[in-house]
Design a protein around this ligand. Sequence first.
Ligand code: FAD
Length: 320
Amino acid sequence: MSWNTARFSFELYPPRTAAAASALPATIDRLAATHPDFISVTYGANGSSRSSSLELLRYILDNTNVSPMAHLTCVGSSHAETNLLIREFLDAGIRSFLAVRGDPPADAAPGETGLGEVRSSAELVQLIHRVQAEREPYSELSVPGLDASAVLSSREHVQIAVAAFPNGHPTSHSVSQDIDTLLAKQAAGANLGITQLFFHPEDYLSFAQKAKDAGVLFPILPGIMPVTSPARLRRMLELSGEDLPSDLAIQLEIEPTEEGQREIGIAWATDFARTLLDGGAPGIHLYTFNQHEAVLAVLERTGLLSAGTTDSLTTEREHA
Ligand code: FAD
C-alpha cells in the first residue's frame, strides 16, 4: 500500500469516571481534527456499557465530521435482545459497526457455554445486515414532474468490521481455523478486519498474506497501541495474551522517567507502524487509551497526518 493512501482510525472506550468523562470531549476534538476514517467505541460484553457507549457515539456523531463505529457484542444474548440492540444503534444514526462475539463469563454454570443464541461474530454480522434490511426494506425517490416515485434498489451502506487475530484467537486450534473464521465473517457480509494487539510485525504480515491467499478480500487494519509505561505493557500482555516484546519491555523497565518512557513508547510504535505500512498494511488502527497525545505523535512521526494538521499540532505544543 502506498504511503499517500494509507489511512488511520482510532479506538475509544466509554469513560468510567466523571473526571474521565469530562476530559474526553477535548480528546475527541483533537482526534477528529486529524480526519480519521472512523473512531470506534468499545462495548462491554453482556451490555454492561450499552448506554455509555451509545452516549459517546452520539457525541461523536453530533459534534464531529467523523464517522463513529460502534462495537457490538452478542455473547449471552437472545436473538430478540440482539435484534433490539442493533435497531437501537441504527435508530441513533450509527451506520458503522465492529461486530464481535464478546467473551462468555468465566463463571458460566457447568455444561453451559454462556454464549447465548447468537453464538459467533459471523452470526452477528448477518443479523446486523438483516435488521438494517428490515428497517429499510426499500427507499423511494419522487420523480420530478410526475405524481410518482421510483423505488431505489440500493439501501444505505452499512460498514461492518470484524476482529482478526494474527496470533490466533485463544480458543482457536490453528491459524487456518482463524482464517476460516474470517472467511465465514466475510461470507456473512463483513467488509473490514481490525486486529487484536500484537507486538511483532511479521505476525501481522504473514497472517494478512495467508488470509488474502485463502480468499479474504477485505482490508485488515493492524491495531497498534503506543505503550508508554511498563505498567501499561504488563496490562496489555495480560489482556491480549501476546508474547512479550523483550526489546520494548527492557527499554521501558530501565528508563527512570515517565517522560523518557513515553518517548520510548512513541518511538517504538512509530517504527512498528512504518514496518507494517512498508510491508503492505492498508493503514493503522490506533488504540488511544482515551488519550490523544501519544497516538497523534505516532501519526505525525509516521508521516500520516496532513500538513495542516501537523502545523496545528506544532502550534498547540508551542502554546502548551
Ligand atoms: P468469533 O469470530 O465468533 O470467534 C470466536 C472463536 O470461536 C474463535 O476461536 C473462532 O475460531 C471460533 N469460531 C467462530 N465461529 C465458529 C464456528 N462457526 N465454528 C467453530 N468455531 C468458531 N470484546 C468486547 O467485549 N467488547 C468490545 O468492544 C471488543 N472489541 C474488540 C475489538 C477488536 C479489534 C478485537 C480484536 C477484539 C475485541 N473484543 C471485544 C474481544 C472479542 O470479543 C473476543 O476476542 C472474543 O473472544 C472473540 O470475538 P470474535 O468476534 O473474534 O468471535
